[in-house]
Design a protein. Structure first.
Length: 296
């Protein structure tokens, strides 16, 4: 191990340190402001440094402040040897001329102090470079929810509420007028596969409520991780399939009733079916937006 020699100083805002040049993991420690370090090697924007206690780490080398070199002092010149005493002049001779004093050497100029660069606002964005080293994540100010999870959350909520609303409304006209409305809990779940099935068994309302809750849970998970937006796409797609099967079987009922049934197809459907359709589409769209935002 080479002998420790200070080369740089940690900037005034401190500096996060990693155990290796990999910014995808969390920093192992944070170096204190003004701490002196020794630069060992550089890999792109990363710098391998050693502290005075021997601890080594990887930091953003572009934010290190170079230490000022020690001032160079000129060596003190050796005193000249004593001059030989000239013999005394003969009587009546003029005095010898005085020798000029030797010129003195000018002091060596000292190196100008190194001015540290401006501190960065965040450890992920060095002030001089304007960008973090490759792989270093930028800090985020708290939890940030994009448009994708919000759209998926609203879609799941609408789908869940639709289970409590009316889905069908029949009106028969003859000697007397007979009307009847059905909520999702009044319709059997096997109606999705056979419109002529008998009542009883698991209700369609429970199926709608289940997929509505699944869409809500998927939207919450996609808010924490964009890759989980795929769950919203899957849950919303299954919920959309339930609504499509319901619409197809309703079409079969109206065709089977024939001329005795005067109401049109869209007059039979009620708000529950429309709201469930919008909610399922919203869950799918929200999941796609979450995936797109994660890749960007």
């Amino acid at each position: 191990m080479a002998e420790y020699s200070q080369t740089h100083v940690v900037p005034t805002e401190g500096l996060p340190a990693w155990s290796g040049p990999d910014g995808s993991v969390a920093p192992a420690a944070n170096l204190d402001p003004g701490l002196d370090v020794m630069l060992i090697e550089e890999q792109g924007a990363w710098a391998h440094v050693r502290c005075s206690n021997g601890w080594e780490a990887w930091v953003d080398g572009r934010r290190l402040v170079a230490s000022a070199p020690a001032p160079v002092t000129a060596p003190t010149p050796a005193p000249p040897p004593p001059a030989a005493t000239p013999p005394p002049p003969p009587p009546g001779a003029p005095p010898p001329p005085q020798a000029a004093p030797p010129p003195q050497a000018a002091p060596a100029p000292s190196a100008p102090p190194t001015q540290p660069g401006p501190p960065s606002a965040a450890w992920g964005a060095p002030g001089a470079a304007g960008a973090a080293p490759p792989g270093v994540p930028r800090p985020t100010g708290g939890v940030q929810i994009g448009a994708g999870p919000i759209v998926a959350l609203v879609g799941g909520l609408l789908y869940f509420i639709a289970s409590w609303l009316a889905w069908l409304h029949f009106e028969f006209r003859g000697t007397g007028s007979v009307t009847q409305s059905f909520s999702a809990y009044d319709i059997p779940a096997h109606f999705l596969l056979d419109s002529r099935s008998e009542s009883g068994g698991l209700s369609l309302g429970i199926v709608i409520a289940f997929f509505g809750f699944a869409c809500l849970a998927a939207a919450v998970l996609s808010a924490t991780n964009g890759r989980l937006g795929l769950l919203s796409v899957i849950a919303g797609g299954a919920a959309l399939l339930v609504v499509v099967l319901f619409l197809v079987q309703t079409r079969y009922i109206i065709d089977a009733l024939g001329p005795a049934f005067e109401s049109g197809y869209f007059s039979v459907l009620r708000f529950g079916a429309y709201i469930a359709l919008v909610g399922a589409i919203g869950s799918v769209v929200g999941g796609i937006l979450s995936l797109v935002q994660k890749r960007s």
